[in-house]
Write a new protein. Sequence first.
Length: 158
Amino acid sequence: MNKPLLYRKRIIPHECILLKDDIILSFSPSIIVTKWKALHPKKDLHHGFSCYFLEEGYKISKFCYEDDRLLYWYCDIIDAEYQSASNSYIITDLLADIIIYPDGFVKVVDIGEIVLALNNGQISISMVKKALNRLDVLLKLIYADGFSDLKKYIEQYS
């Protein structure tokens, strides 16, 4: 199978963009690893690597400074939809995120955006349940010291 196209779909703000500059380093039907430069560079964030766990419903990203030092790990809760006609994945960001800092501190962010999206009719109850269940699974994995099993997919390239 040829490497697919990747689209990032966001609920807030509402957008769907082709990740045309992302480089796919590894691909299987269940895991995709990419290398990328920041779409909207910030003071510290320059580039990074992402691993999409398509069946589990999360994406683990290593955010890096320009000199390749780790800024932090960023975990998105996602939903992946494969479009066979265009050989593409639409990766929908389900809003809830986890940040893991280099010192090991874990922070859950953007939960309020789920409530906002639900109140505005931008997300269904079933998608909220899916997002919260996936967030719960990932947090339990992180707290059980299982995060190293996830980040190994990226660390072989970074």
